[in-house]
Design a binder for this molecule. Sequence first.
Ligand SMILES: Cc1cc2nc3c(=O)[nH]c(=O)nc-3n(C[C@H](O)[C@H](O)[C@H](O)COP(=O)(O)O)c2cc1C
Length: 177
Amino acid sequence: MEPVLEVDRVSAEHVGGAAAIDPTAFKAVLGRFASGVTVITAIDDGEPVGFACQSFASLSIDPPLVSFFPARTSSTWPRIRRAGRFTVNILADHQDSVCRQLGRPGADKFAGVEWTPSHNGSPLLTGALATIDCELRDEVDGGDHTVVIARVTGLDEHSEATPLLFYRAGFGRLAHQ
Ligand SMILES: Cc1cc2nc3c(=O)[nH]c(=O)nc-3n(C[C@H](O)[C@H](O)[C@H](O)COP(=O)(O)O)c2cc1C
């Protein structure tokens, strides 16, 4: 598995109180929760903007809501918030390089990235498994992250490829048996 984020692999100790939670142990233990990966995109000031986001979840069917958690340090989330509408791209297993490119800060994150406009005009990354068009509904304090709640305005399936997975700070793929 190729590492994409730095996480020290420590064995976490069982501790009694929240004050004793060590950030390194927190990352190591929570990193054992496997997920897919998304890139959340919008158009701001006529430019494509986006960031890789593993902290994405289906929240509610009626009304249709999804949730994700941008870091407070993100420079892209304020631009997506300003746009008010955006698209969640669910990445396919071959999209690790686009995920890396959109997963770190940079002046031109979309250089060489192929996309077309989704129904709401946000970048639909070529090759994505599915896209979820959204409008911002609410933001809640989430410590050093923000809990975003978004209303789903459109859904599209694009491909039968298998998903890109994220586990212990590295990318993984489904093993077919
Ligand atoms: C696989 C992967 C998953 C990520 N998941 C998140 C996430 O859930 N929330 C977040 O804020 N940043 C996440 N990041 C990091 C952001 O994508 C990155 O910090 C952001 O692109 C930084 O640029 P910005 O300052 O333009 O927002 C992830 C990065 C990678 C590579």
